[in-house]
Ligand binder design. Structure first.
Ligand code: SAM
Length: 203
């Protein structure tokens, strides 16, 4: 028989669950400092607001207690912002359009070419860790994007080799040009974060 807390978890609306986790169970205290890291500020205050102004359908891959605020930026339509994460425990941080599944299964939920932009930050090295899975995932991201679609890959130099230098993106993506930022933006120590923008190559 489910316990009262399991029943509450099922029945409470997402906003109420978030409020309890953030304010009574210490989640805000544990995670809010992450938002002040320069690479996180760049994502939250520069990249995502720009994407919200210019991209019609954005997929954000991987959700956590420091990502739920991003949905507020995407107000153009109900379909503008979708999140995906395989962990049911992180669904509470997902958007109204949230999918509980690994990104490798996105085509079960959305048609090929559906998204104009995919934000793929901190997933390689945090769940998709070997080169074969990374290669397969890059192909999946390519298929999920519309022609000319934009891909942002955020990764950490202390966790991964440079997949671009290894040629993993080359069959599917070009370096993105014409954005407010260069193709690659690295953050110096103590951070190890890098953002790379790619444009889907027609195939
Ligand atoms: C370090 S967190 C990054 C969260 C978020 N993308 C961000 O930028 O803050 C890594 C997240 O990737 C998710 N993840 C791991 N493997 C995944 C997969 N195959 N598909 C989608 N998300 C995955 C994990 O569950 C976790 O929530």
């Amino acid at each position: 028989m489910p316990s009262p807390s399991q029943i509450a978890k099922k029945l409470l609306p997402k906003q109420v669950k978030r409020f309890i986790l953030l304010n009574f169970l210490g989640v805000r205290r544990r995670y809010d400092h992450l938002r002040s890291h320069p690479s996180r500020r760049f994502l939250e205050h520069e990249i995502l607001p720009w994407l919200a102004r210019h991209q019609a359908r954005v997929l954000f891959v991987g959700t956590g207690p420091y990502t739920w605020q991003f949905e507020r930026l995407f107000r153009r339509s109900r379909d503008q912002y979708t999140t995906i994460d395989p962990e049911s425990a992180t669904a509470v941080w997902g958007a109204r359009n949230h999918i509980v599944a690994p990104i490798q299964q996105i085509e079960r939920f959305r048609p090929k070419g559906y998204f104009d932009c995919i934000v793929f930050n901190g997933v390689f090295g945090f769940g998709i860790d070997d080169l074969d899975s990374q290669r397969e995932t890059i192909k999946v991201l390519h298929e999920a994007l519309a022609p000319g679609g934009l891909l942002l890959v955020g990764w950490n130099t202390n966790l991964l080799p440079d997949l671009e230098a290894l040629g993993l993106f080359r069959p599917y993506f070009d370096d993105a040009e014409g954005l407010p930022w260069p193709h690659r933006t690295p953050f110096g120590l103590p951070e190890t974060h890098v953002y790379d923008f790619y444009r889907k190559r027609p195939q």
